[in-house]
Design a binder for this molecule. Structure first.
Ligand code: ZN
Ligand code: ZN
Length: 476
């Protein structure tokens, strides 16, 4: 018990996982938490081990999802549809009243611990409604909290119809934002406003969208009419960072290219795993050559659409990349990421990343901290030092759009933009369906005020080619 990580013990509670399988997961896959294991299932990692077929992997995945859904916190992507459906149901069951989603969900927080609404329905009516459906209820003054068997916490702020919009404003901003606002402006909650917008216009401030109401310094920017024109999903022009079935992805390169073309995208960056990622069938140089020949052929066939030759190179223990220079120079671009030996103190992690950033072949720093939301904290890094180095060596920082990663954290985007560092919203897709994850990356990046000018994956094909030409100069 003393030697076994808590996450491993927790795995014993997952249906279908016995000690034998858990031992393989722990010792060979180096996975130590349930969340990491779920991610490994999503990346098809389990299938590669003895005793784990595709069916076992699917069963484990389902059992974990069930287990985690009982823990009460959710990724934004997991709870989004549920929220829409529930809001619509409330709205149709209480037709004369309003239910306005507010709080963390309205701000597109990456992790949601409770869903919140502002409503003008009478509190007793709402209470009866939920008791009728066997929800647990907590009630204090004008707040009703309901929790059903699905273990999602639902919080309702009850107010009058006149005050709906001011209550919406108060509950939408983060505590820091609201405090900052209240010290600058008078919020008279008894005052009626027809729309939330009026609260801004009454104070002669540019209207701040909910997702930006996090840090109080955004208020000063709104006062000087200087809010960023944030990036939209429709601004994404290419898929950067994707895995084909040459490593651990589900589809072939041609199929992926066709899917990207169908979406109206201009290019696709194939970045399979490098050789050290043996568990993901990482590519050795002979297979890289073969893959590049195929990409050349496809590029002729599908022009002007373009497939770029890339690799997600492991950042090895000492910070070096996974191939010699001759091999590295065959790629159009290199994404450098840490996948193994994740347990490092800050000094070691930072030094390892700095070494990789200084490598002239590194184009993009992949998922900077290795975090998996709700399941694994990333290794600690000195963000300032990393951003500084990326500026110096013209390395782009990825915002990995997998809703479980969203790494680097959007909170560091303003600091990166200040230093002139480009961000790249990358889906890290292991299947075509995951191309759509870029939307979650965009939602997170919007919170950091990212504009399309500062996002590599919104470069047009022409701009992207120019960018790569400049990167090649680093290799001279
Ligand atoms: Zn990776
Ligand atoms: Zn990847």
């Amino acid at each position: 018990m003393q030697k076994t990580p808590a996450g491993i013990l927790q795995m014993m509670k997952i249906k279908g996982l016995g000690p034998k399988k858990i031992s393989v997961i722990w010792k060979e896959l180096e996975v130590e938490t349930i969340g990491e294991l779920l991610y490994a299932c999503e990346e098809n990692r389990l299938c590669l081990f003895k005793g784990f077929g595709e069916k076992t992997q699917a069963n484990i995945k389902e059992a974990i999802s069930f287990y985690l859904s009982n823990q009460g916190s959710y990724l934004f992507s997991q709870i989004e549809e549920y929220t829409k459906v529930l809001t619509a149901r409330l709205q149709s069951d209480f037709q004369d009243y309003s239910f306005l989603i507010t709080g963390d969900f309205r701000r597109h927080a990456e992790v949601i611990h409770q869903l919140e609404w502002v409503t003008d329905v009478l509190i007793d009516k709402l209470e009866t409604y939920f008791i009728h459906s066997a929800y647990e209820i907590e009630k204090k003054e004008d707040v009703l909290v309901a929790r059903g068997t699905d273990n999602v916490t639902l919080t309702f702020y009850i107010t009058t119809s006149e005050k709906l919009n001011s209550r919406l404003f108060e509950t939408s901003g983060s505590p820091e934002f609201i405090e900052g606002w209240n010290t600058l402006f008078n919020v008279d909650t008894s005052k009626q406003v027809a729309t939330e917008e009026e609260i801004f216009s009454n104070n002669k401030v540019q209207s701040i969208p909910p997702f930006l109401r996090e840090k109080k310094d955004i208020i000063a920017r709104a006062m000087s009419n200087d809010l960023p024109e944030v990036l939209q999903t429709s601004d994404i022009k290419g898929i950067i960072h994707s895995h084909s079935n040459w490593s651990d992805g589900s589809q072939g390169i041609e199929e992926m290219a066709n899917a990207a073309i169908q979406k109206g995208l201009e290019y696709l960056v194939i970045s399979d795993h490098s050789k050290s990622a043996f568990y993901a069938n990482g590519l050795y140089p002979d297979r890289i050559k073969a893959q590049h020949l195929l990409i050349d052929e496809l590029n002729e066939k599908y022009a002007p659409f373009r497939i770029f030759k890339s690799i997600e190179s492991d950042i090895l223990h000492d910070g070096s990349l996974d191939y010699d220079e001759a091999t590295l120079s065959t790629f159009d671009l290199v994404i450098a990421s840490v996948h193994a030996n994740l347990k490092m103190p800050e000094a070691k992690a930072t030094a390892r990343l700095l070494q990789a950033i200084a490598n002239p072949f590194t184009t993009i720093l992949g998922h900077m901290t290795g975090r998996l939301l709700l399941s694994r904290n990333g290794y600690p890094v000195n963000f300032e030092a990393i951003i500084e180095a990326c500026a110096k060596y013209q390395v782009v920082i990825e915002l990995n759009a997998n809703p479980r990663r969203l790494d680097m954290d959007w909170r560091w985007i303003p600091g990166a933009i200040d230093k002139g560092v480009l961000i790249s919203i990358d889906p890290d897709a292991h299947a075509i369906g995951a191309f759509d994850d870029v939307r979650y990356g965009v939602l997170a990046a919007q919170k950091g005020g990212l504009t399309k000018q500062h996002n590599l994956s919104s470069f047009s094909l022409l701009q992207f080619n120019n960018f790569l030409a400049k990167q090649k100069n680093k290799r001279l």
